[in-house]
Design a protein around this ligand. Structure first.
Ligand SMILES: [Zn+2]
Ligand SMILES: [Zn+2]
Length: 250
């Protein structure tokens, strides 16, 4: 009996609620047509200066739209998540804790250009911007970034940290150790697979799981795991390490 190994769950897709091109229904339709069994909407958290979800009212509209879309696609699992931003050095994210139970899952990723919650966080954000321009990240900045991310993993029920190492310098091995301890996955992001390669290599040394996702910003990329799968093959990552890998027997 042949075994087809595949990924049928894409938890990291963006819509017009942040800076994606498609509606929720567009993403779900694309996922359905590609044979996925579950799709998650994880737009950027409201703390982003330019592209974040526009407050809790927008989340409410997303919830209503998802309820409507579930009726259109009864066989699909359609989930509402978020790609939250870290807005303070202690790992604070831009989603009020009281709202978290209304989401199906939580992704956290470091992004530049978020609204910092403290002067200290503003200073670090500026240092990260500068490090991005110069390509040089000091040891203290790297340690601080790692401390913020690991603090978020300890504080919140984070399903996965998105694109670890993208946009900022971090100690990926240390992050992976904390993620392994707290049951949080690290993402293998198909849109940034090349940039992630060294980080995934380091994370492999810890016993952390990986979540494979498209990070689709347009419906045509929903369920596109090609680059992530190529990276997984290059690094010979055992499929048992992949959270959303399924064996199906036909
Ligand atoms: Zn992101
Ligand atoms: Zn994203």
């Amino acid at each position: 009996m042949p075994v087809f190994m595949r990924i049928t769950v894409d938890l990291h897709t963006h819509t017009v609620y942040s800076h994606g091109q498609g509606t929720i229904e567009d993403n779900v339709r694309a996922a359905y047509s590609r044979g996925l069994r579950a799709v998650g909407i994880a737009d950027h958290g409201p703390g982003h200066l330019f592209i974040g979800i526009k407050g809790l009212a927008a989340f409410r509209r997303m919830q209503r739209e998802i309820a409507k879309t579930r009726r259109l696609f009864p066989g699909m699992e359609i989930l509402l998540g978020v790609e939250a931003n870290i807005v303070d050095l202690d790992g604070t994210i831009d989603i009020p804790p009281a709202f978290l139970p209304e989401l199906d899952y939580l992704l956290v990723g470091y992004h530049k250009l978020v609204r910092p919650h403290s002067i200290a966080a503003l200073k670090v954000a500026l240092r990260n911007l500068f490090a991005g321009w110069t390509g040089q990240c000091s040891g203290s900045l790297r340690r601080g970034n790692t401390a913020s991310l690991t603090a978020a993993v300890r504080r919140y029920p984070v399903a996965a940290v998105t694109h670890p190492g993208l946009q900022i310098g971090i100690d990926t091995y240390e992050l992976a150790l904390v993620c392994a301890e707290y049951g949080t996955a690290l993402e293998i992001n198909s849109a940034y697979a090349a940039e992630q390669e060294n980080h995934v290599k380091k994370a492999l040394q810890a016993e952390v799981s990986f979540l494979v996702s498209s990070d689709a910003h347009s419906p045509d990329r929903v369920g596109d795991f090609a680059e992530a799968l190529a990276l997984i093959e290059r690094l010979n990552i055992p499929v048992e390490r992949l959270l959303n890998w399924e064996n199906s027997y036909n």
